[in-house]
Design a protein around this ligand. Sequence first.
Ligand code: HAM
Length: 430
Amino acid sequence: MSNPLRAVRGMNDLLPAEAPLWQYFETLLHGWLKAYGYREMRTPILEHTALFKRAIGEVTDIVEKEMYTFVDELNGESMTLRPEGTASCVRAAIEHTLLFDGGKRLWYAGPMFRHERPQKGRYRQFHQFGIEALGFAGPDLDIEHLLMTARLWRLLGLSDCIHLELNSLGGAESRARHREKLIAYFQAHEAVLDEDAKRRLHSNPLRILDSKNPTMQAMVEAAPRLMDELDEAALAHFDAVKQGLDDAGIAYKINPRLVRGLDYYNDTVFEWVTDRLGAQGTVCAGGRYDGLVAQLGGKPAPACGFAMGVERLLGLLAEVGVAPPAAAPDVYLVNVGLAASRFALQAGETLRDAGLDVVLHGGGGGFKSQMKKADASGARYAVIIGDDEASVGEVSVKPLRGEGEQQRVALVAAVELCGAGVSPASTDLF
Ligand code: HAM
């Protein structure tokens, strides 16, 4: 036999055993987003490459080396698998004039693609839940996003293992002033700069501050701080955000080196970080990006948002021991014989009409092996049908969990027997 084909490196299958945790997380998120008035937006996975170049910035790691970009052979256009959701969300809002009657609170979820070196918590296809508030200026939306995320960590039981890092990048003028000072400072320390830093010296010196290279750490620590260049408006915005966090009792750490890997930010930037996941500890990140709507061709509109990495958050949930029970059916339908098999299909539909979850044993097999499967399925009841029962429209109901005798009854009575004790709570995942 030929070698079996494997999935693309860094792109994961979601197996049935893992699905309940994803479903629990997604269901919880839907309720959480509704509570804050955010509405869903779905955009294509594929966009024109120009969108990401313009939004994220030409001299960023994402655009320079991480995008899955290819030329569509049919029309010669350069296409890119989306590496993040903000650019597409803004593009769609402009294209469909969503902001014509004021600000919009939006959310999206789905796979993103970055050609990074795969490791635990870092994948080439990963999933984000993101939210974008488009058309809102004041610091209140920045604060809302931080309150939202803090609530989510509480809902998930993760508050104790995630902390907030915060910074302000100020406006364009303060960044330009800071940039000049940074370039001069880095030039004065050229001997310590690594190749990456030298390359970025004039194109994106701010990103040098983000370097993890240990030999550059002391020099980077002492570099001119953007915070010292912030003008009054930026400082007032930042103070209001900090005040909002203090009012809500949310702890944070100011990290002057937090500059983010995408170019569209101004003023508030933040990351929620855990030390329980090793090197890939940022589970959620975002900030304000007041210039992006205009940069992508829309009528100028301020905006802010964030996105979380689903794999990282679920990894953290697993790490702290949250594991949903495997979803089990109410009934496993055992059927032995030709007439029984026909009747079982019908009985399954009747049981489902009554709201029960039913797994029909398929593919034949003896009574003993089917009962083993019934037990392993986690079902509360085995509903057993032989040709004998089928001929008179009856079934045998055997409780598989807890007390109770096997009973042979008419199908309608079986519905009652299996339905007994099912409350909405008992069908919840947790
Ligand atoms: P980002 O920091 O590039 O921001 O990504 C957000 C989150 O996605 C990260 O904090 C991390 O949890 C997750 N993530 C990123 N790359 C990977 C990867 N290779 N494997 C697994 N997880 C990953 C953005 O994407 C911005 N669009 C966020 C935003 C929204 N800012 C404003 N609005």
